[in-house]
Design a protein around this ligand. Structure first.
Ligand SMILES: [Zn+2]
Length: 332
């Protein structure tokens, strides 16, 4: 499935940077509280500092990133899916893939298969962005191992999901791909434990996993592989949270989330104290740890894909052009 098949992927009305700058200006003028920037309103994801921490920690394994590029990727590109125009799409944040089995709940409002379908759409969305990142990376260095024109290596970028300068194209798509998979660990019970009270939709079982799920190995899975992995490898008790402000795939209707595991108040670990579940034991830290390991996998797999596609020498130069601030000086 191509990315263009994703419904509702129209660019936001205003860019993330413009919106953030406007908010910062209003906060500086005392017109708005800081919470407007860092999410006192219902959150969609690991908050921005958490996304930044996970991304930076995950990328600290492998070739060294220069600070300007790394900051732009981890502070801006990875968080762009949470900004206006993108934040209400559940499949970009792995929301609404909620389910509790009949062992713990009477007649859950959606089936295991429906919940897994929503998870699959989240994985496919990350995969689509990853494939674009691999495609666009080839523009950075031509088949004679010659760098693109200097104007293509500038940072920062406009994050509107449209093609522009070459380095920006790849950085933006990596950020969008990694947002969803980082969210998966904050929004699901993959790595957490349930509270010490009866299980049910208000306290779903925790899977307590410290390994990476097969179905997120998107760099080396085709779309049909992803469907197979979701069908065969998703644990029966895996759940994410229903988000009343997020539309599910193919729907314009926001769910009420009645009698469902909810993102807000029940399951999310977007911050250390987002919910009782986030505060419980090491749930928050464990989710951050597995998400970080996931970024390590994704970054390693991305580099392998680039070298596999473009060859060792050209691949090395492409990676250099992605991670270095001064590409002309370091990657010539
Ligand atoms: Zn998100």
């Amino acid at each position: 499935m191509s990315f263009s098949a994703l419904p509702g992927q129209t660019p936001p009305e205003e860019s993330h940077c413009k919106r953030r700058k406007l908010l910062l200006a209003l906060i500086a003028a005392g017109a708005l509280p800081c919470s407007m920037l860092f999410g006192a309103t219902p959150s969609y994801a690991f908050q921005w500092p958490q996304h930044e921490e996970i991304t930076k920690d995950g990328l600290s394994y492998g070739p060294a990133w220069d600070s300007k590029t790394l900051n732009f990727l981890s502070k801006e590109a990875v968080t762009v899916n949470d900004t206006k125009g993108w934040g209400d799409r559940a499949w970009l944040h792995c929301d609404n893939a909620d389910f509790v089995s009949s062992d713990y709940s009477t007649k859950y409002p959606q089936t295991r298969a429906q919940a897994s379908f929503h998870l699959q759409k989240c994985i496919e969305a990350s995969k689509a962005h990853l494939e674009r990142a691999v495609d666009y990376a080839g523009d950075l260095v031509d088949s004679n191992n010659k760098l693109a024109a200097p104007r293509h290596f500038g940072i920062p970028c406009v994050l509107d999901d449209k093609k522009g300068r070459y380095k920006c194209n790849t950085i933006e798509q990596l950020g969008r791909s990694w947002h969803g998979l980082e969210d998966f660990y904050a929004h699901s019970n993959w790595a957490d434990k349930a509270l010490d009270k009866p299980l049910g939709f208000k306290n779903p079982p925790g899977l307590g996993m410290n390994t990476l799920p097969s179905f997120w190995g998107i760099a080396y899975l085709s779309y049909s592989d992803i469907a197979d992995k979701v069908k065969n490898d998703v644990p029966g008790n895996l759940t994410t949270g229903c988000h009343p402000g997020s539309r599910s795939w193919g729907s314009k209707i926001y769910p009420s989330c009645k009698n469902r595991v909810t993102h807000d108040h029940i399951l999310n670990k977007d911050t250390r104290d987002a919910t009782d579940r986030a505060k419980f034991g090491t749930n928050y830290q464990d989710s951050m740890k597995v998400a970080t390991r996931e970024i390590m996998r994704q970054w390693s797999d991305f580099r392998s894909r680039v070298k596999g596609r473009y060859g060792e020498r050209r691949g090395d130069l492409i990676i250099c052009a992605i991670i270095k601030d001064d590409v002309l000086k370091n990657c010539g």
